[in-house]
Design a protein around this ligand. Structure first.
Ligand code: 5AD
Ligand code: SF4
Length: 469
């Protein structure tokens, strides 16, 4: 589980503080940023620890393993803070909030508000309500878990984005929800049906970000390639073309795609749109047709492999990545072998693999043929060995190449600065002797510079600045 504390520049004029802890996917990261922006607008300053915060929000994820339990555990850790200062406002947001609703407040009475991914735009109004209810000597217990996704998108556009996020790389949510109902997945229940944001809203947000120095945008959606403008019928490839026209934007990415929603124009865009990066996250989940059918994925292994080939035909250096679920109910040794064979055939630049975890309320959780945990663990280890070998090979193939690197974040390592390759690999560059890494980073932040790759590692590359490109 990712823990993404929001890095927001303190607004000196705001005397109250808020702390947002983010779990899970990039859509939650984006939602947390928008919540922080709304809170700054409402007079808060964003801080990095919960210790002295006046407001604490846990933006939760429900996708895998004991998600709700983790939230209760996290709330338990916040209890001493609330005992010390009863005025703190505690909110639980995101997909666990959506799934558990009022149950959270009955199990954790210290929580003041529970709100789902589609209702966080009501945050300032909810805060007012909490304050008012408290001033009447009562305890606020707000639960907002409706699904007005269109309303959320409208509200997102009304609040112009402020330059409070520091990275030259930004997320923009273009689509929410999912209608696919894969039998293992909670998303259709927690995020609701597929809703696309209107093209003019997206373009306006992207232009605003570019004006603030953002040069890379990643479009987000649970089924991002199902995006379609309501009025014009435009699809994702067209939107990417329009985004490519925006001055200052140099890199475009999008995630996560469903194989069934790929259209010819989006495949072709990978050979035509020069700003579109050669990296595609295209989850397949399994390689056995029997399991894919039981998962309700609506495609076969052969169809998926053919799709990957179409992409590689227009963009031979495309880095492909996928998600795999290991030990789905009914998965036999043969089914698992088919998944291994698919991985061998596609040859991924990287991939994520998870043990199947029954999610309450989803059809697969009711299946009687659950796979033994030890079998799942052994298979997971096997597939991760193969994925890791492919990732290493993909990274090794960059040795000696000069790649354009976007420097977006300061490095965690002393004496180094870090950027991203077109293939999304972190690339570390050691700053020349006698130079200060922070000063070098400040000079290159948001720029795309040629770096010669001199060493490769499993999860990253190292290199030195090069003049040639
Ligand atoms: N168990 C394990 N992994 C899951 N995912 C979604 N639901 C489950 C589950 N019940 C994985 C899928 C998806 C990724 C975001 O999380 O692989 O693509
Ligand atoms: Fe979940 Fe399947 Fe929808 Fe992806 S496509 S969000 S895995 S239901």
């Amino acid at each position: 589980m990712d823990k993404l504390a929001q890095k927001i520049e303190a607004d000196g004029a705001n005397d109250k503080s808020c702390y947002i802890k983010t779990f899970g996917c990039q859509m939650n990261v984006y939602d947390s940023q928008r919540m922080a922006e709304a809170l700054v607008e409402a007079g808060y300053r964003a801080v990095d620890t919960p210790d002295d915060a006046d407001m604490i929000i846990l933006n939760t994820c429900h996708i895998r393993e004991r998600a709700a339990e983790k939230v209760y555990h996290e709330l338990g850790r916040l209890r001493p803070l609330k005992q010390r200062n009863r005025n703190i406002v505690i909110g639980v947001a995101g997909c666990v909030a959506q799934a558990e609703g009022a149950e959270i407040i009955s199990r954790a009475p210290m929580v003041d508000m529970v709100f789902g991914p589609q209702t966080f735009q009501q945050l300032p109004a909810m805060l007012d309500e909490v304050t008012q209810t408290r001033s009447q000597g009562r305890k606020a217990r707000l639960v907002r878990t409706e699904f007005p996704a269109a309303e959320k998108f409208a509200a997102l556009t009304q609040v112009p984005r402020k330059p409070i996020t520091r990275s030259p790389s930004a997320y923009v949510t273009v689509q929410e929800g999912c209608d696919k109902f894969c039998t293992f997945c909670v998303v259709p229940y927690t995020r609701g049906e597929e809703v696309s944001r209107a093209a003019p809203e997206i373009i306006a947000e992207a232009k605003g970000l570019a004006e603030q120095g953002v040069c890379e945008i990643t479009l987000l959606g649970q089924n991002v390639n199902a995006w379609q403008d309501r009025d014009s019928g435009q699809r994702l490839a067209g939107l990417l073309d329009d985004l490519a026209e925006i001055e200052g934007l140099h890199r475009l990415r999008f995630t996560t795609s469903h194989p069934r929603d790929m259209d010819a124009a989006l495949i072709a865009a990978h050979g035509q749109n020069e700003k579109l990066m050669p990296y595609l996250h295209l989850p397949v989940q399994a390689g056995s047709d029997k399991i894919l059918k039981a998962m309700n994925r609506k495609h076969t292994a052969a169809e998926y492999i053919a799709l990957c080939k179409e992409f590689r035909a227009v963009r031979p250096d495309l880095a492909l990545s996928s998600d795999f679920i290991i030990g789905f109910p009914g998965e036999t040794d043969e089914d698992f072998a088919a998944t291994m064979a698919l991985v061998e055939e596609v040859n991924y630049a990287q991939s994520y693999s998870f043990k199947y975890s029954p999610r309450p309320g989803t059809p697969a959780a009711e299946d009687e043929n659950q796979v033994d945990e030890a079998v799942k663990a052994a298979r997971l280890q096997t597939i991760q060995g193969l994925i890791s070998a492919q990732q290493t090979a993909f990274n090794d193939a960059q040795l000696g190449r000069v790649l354009p690197i976007l420097f977006d974040k300061p490095s965690k390592h002393a004496g180094q600065i870090t950027g991203r390759s077109p293939y999304l690999q972190p690339v570390h560059v050691t700053v020349p002797e006698g130079q200060d890494a922070e000063a070098v980073f400040a000079a290159v932040r948001g720029r795309i510079l040629p770096v010669e790759i001199t060493r490769t590692h499993r999860n990253s590359l190292s290199g030195q600045f090069s003049d040639a490109l």
